[in-house]
Write a protein that binds this ligand. Structure first.
Ligand SMILES: Nc1ncnc2c1ncn2[C@@H]1O[C@H](COP(=O)(O)OP(=O)(O)OP(=O)(O)O)[C@@H](O)[C@H]1O
Length: 407
């Protein structure tokens, strides 16, 4: 079990992570969700051992990880992109972590002098996202921590490509057990038979599957995924999110997934932790967080753009747009947070005028005038009203979040 306790991580004067508490049980998948710059990646990187906390502790099964280098934490890392070794084929990439795990070597020393330490303060990431390549401060040595968090390859010279890296450990072919494990992993990620393919000839989605297979191969005790799908286009992302959810379950992985996309978080996670300005503001099951956001800022982040006084009685919520069954609403006065889909063209009591419309994939988004106020609503594609039309709106509970009454 991972336990993060009162964690602070600062970059000079910037407190990127502040007083964070988080637990991840064995076999649980937690999504860290929040807007850009809220500190998600920093928290994940601190757990990986890539950033040094300024306060607080990170422990695994009660053992403090402070001072345990990245390659000894036994964690698997998957980042957004740029993480496969282009000079290796698919099987070579997947088996890489297995071989390094077997050698249990510390990071190599290159260039005649001590190479950069992998301790948190001793490395710099290459680019803000970091990928898996980490540039050492001394001599510009390149490091990677792919595949179960073990140290893998290092190259000499700041600009050197992974293709010219020096290797340590047994650089020959993998053993029989490894071959079986590679095949098993490729099957798990839906790439059976791809072992001999060059990774440079794979699509972005296939490359991410290989990266996942590589990270999962050495049985990491915790998988850390930083925006693993965000470099992919939307359709592929949605499909891969479903596949990833399945393979995390099937492999029984314990995982922390960083994302800014709530659909992705809710597809993948057993629990969602919402972050804002360095803090975790809410942790809960996806539907709880979706239906009962802790405050208005969280509700806005989760798509609510209209907040109304409402009351609820016996699971029926009533506001100015009518009543609807909302079983997650506690009795009494409350604030209803409406997402655009909460107001649909139908036969409700409110008459409005359509002022704008735009086609989406499976519906039409409308802006309607409710008498001096512009609000979002939706209509079906087949019967979407034209701009200027007078229509009635009905309240759809699927788009309704419930908050405590303001003030
Ligand atoms: N190496 C760094 N040096 C200084 N400040 C940094 C560094 N990395 C991140 N920050 C700052 O720390 C804060 C949190 O950044 P972080 O990358 O953790 O956010 P994030 O939620 O992952 O954002 P995004 O979704 O855009 O990646 C931001 O204000 C960011 O500018």
């Amino acid at each position: 079990m991972l336990k993060v306790d009162r964690l602070d991580v600062a970059y000079g004067p910037i407190l990127a992570v502040s007083e964070v508490d988080l637990e991840i049980a064995d076999g649980e998948v937690v999504a860290l969700l929040g807007p850009s710059g809220c500190g998600k990646s920093t928290l994940l990187r601190a757990i990986a051992g890539l950033e040094r906390p300024t306060n607080g502790t990170i422990s695994w099964n009660g053992n403090d990880l402070a001072g345990i280098p990245i390659h000894r934490r036994g964690f698997g890392l998957v980042f957004q992109d740029g993480q496969l070794f282009p000079h290796r084929d698919v099987a070579g990439n997947v088996s890489f972590g297995l071989r390094m795990r077997a050698t249990q070597q510390p990071p190599p020393t290159l260039g005649g002098g001590p190479a950069a330490s992998l301790s948190a303060g001793g490395v710099e990431k290459e680019g803000r996202r970091g990928g898996l390549w980490i540039t050492g401060r001394r001599g510009g040595s390149l490091w990677t921590t792919a595949g179960g968090g073990e140290s893998l390859e290092a190259g000499v010279g700041g600009g050197e490509s992974p293709g010219t890296t020096a290797r340590r450990g047994k650089s020959g072919g993998s053993g029989r057990g490894d071959t079986e494990r590679v095949d098993e992993m490729l099957e798990l990620v839906g790439l059976s038979g791809y072992g001999g393919r060059r990774v440079t000839e794979l699509s972005g989605g296939e490359q991410q599957r290989v990266a996942l297979a590589r990270a999962l191969a050495p049985h990491p005790r915790l998988l850390l995924l930083d925006e693993p799908l965000s470099a992919l286009d939307r359709a592929l992302r949605e499909q891969l999110a479903i596949d990833l959810a399945r393979l995390l379950r099937e492999s029984g992985s314990t995982a922390l997934v960083v994302t800014h996309d709530h659909d992705e978080a809710f597809t993948l996670a057993d629990r969602v932790a919402v972050m804002r300005a360095g803090r975790i503001v809410q942790v809960g099951k996806p539907d709880e967080v979706w239906r009962r956001p802790v405050d208005e800022a969280t509700a806005r982040f989760l798509g609510c753009d209209l907040f109304l006084d409402a009351t609820a009685e016996n699971g029926v919520l009533t506001c100015e747009f009518g009543s609807a069954p909302v079983p997650w609403a506690p009795d009494g006065p409350l604030t209803a947070g409406l997402r655009p889909a909460a107001l649909r063209v139908g036969d409700g009591p409110t008459v409005v005028t359509v002022t704008a419309r735009v086609h989406r994939r499976d519906h039409v988004r409308l802006v309607v005038d409710t008498g001096g106020r512009q609000v979002d609503a939706v209509a079906g594609i087949a019967d979407a009203p034209e701009v200027g039309a007078r229509v009635r709106l009905v309240l759809d509970p699927d788009g309704v979040a419930v908050l405590s009454r303001r003030g």
